[in-house]
Design a protein around this ligand. Structure first.
Ligand SMILES: C[S@@+](CC[C@H](N)C(=O)[O-])C[C@H]1O[C@@H](n2cnc3c(N)ncnc32)[C@H](O)[C@@H]1O
Length: 212
């Protein structure tokens, strides 16, 4: 996965080298992940407003048994929130880090049976084919910017479109890396409609679109 030493792109999204992400994360390291998750706990309450805006934008009745795909799900901060909002939803948590998946199983114990992890790297060719779509909602939180390559981000959006059920949506809560305007242009190019920013703070926004 991105930011892991020895990682190489195999070309689907433009073949740029993306070994070094914008931040120096080491998501493969149990020590790093554990420390990051502890630090994140303090910030978790600040994310609720953005998560709520994202949940409210998913175009389905709360009681429906929708299928969610959380890209770069980590320990399931967003997935867990969405389970509260959509009590009959199930989710596939995609992540490149085995350690995050282990932590996710621990932290989302109360939701056992409603989620499964799929370990794949969304910056590598073929990642979307390993996921059991389509999904009513493909979502992501503070993960896609990690690839640090405009071409790869654009490719991820193209692949994400194929995973969204007609009538469904793709919603990303992330930083302006690349710029939100560019990312929204790529979302439109991928086929999403009504693409816009649904919630915004200084350095983070919830943006995305719908598959008609
Ligand atoms: C900042 S954490 C966010 C986790 C979670 N979405 C949240 O908001 O709490 C970034 C996550 O993206 C994952 N990630 C980074 N690059 C990835 C890649 N190329 N493929 C899959 N997952 C990746 C990391 O393993 C990590 O779990």
């Amino acid at each position: 996965m991105a930011n892991t030493p020895g990682d190489h792109d195999h070309g689907q999204h433009g073949g740029q080298d993306h070994q070094q992400g914008h931040d120096s994360h080491n998501w493969a390291s149990p020590e790093y992940v554990s420390k990051w998750a502890q630090g994140q706990d303090l910030k978790e309450t600040h994310r609720q407003e953005a998560f709520k805006a994202l949940a409210d934008t998913i175009p389905y009745n709360k009681t429906l048994p929708i299928k969610i795909l959380d890209l770069g799900a980590g320990y399931g901060g967003l997935t867990g929130f969405l389970f509260g909002h959509f009590p009959n939803a199930t989710a596939i948590c995609q992540d490149g880090s085995e350690e995050m998946a282990r932590l996710g199983h621990e932290r989302m114990k109360e939701f056992t049976g409603r989620f499964a992890y799929v370990i794949t790297d969304f910056s590598r060719h073929g990642w979307s084919k390993l996921l059991p779509g389509p999904f009513e909602a493909v979502v992501s939180s503070i993960a896609i910017h990690n690839v640090n390559s405009p071409n790869i981000v654009r490719g991820i959006y193209e692949d994400a479109f194929t995973l969204v059920k007609p009538g469904g949506c793709f919603l990303n809560f992330d930083r302006p890396q690349p710029l939100w305007e560019d990312q929204m242009k790529w979302l439109r190019g991928a086929g999403f409609e009504d693409v816009k920013i649904f919630w915004q703070a200084e350095t983070r926004a919830v943006f995305g679109g719908f598959r008609r």
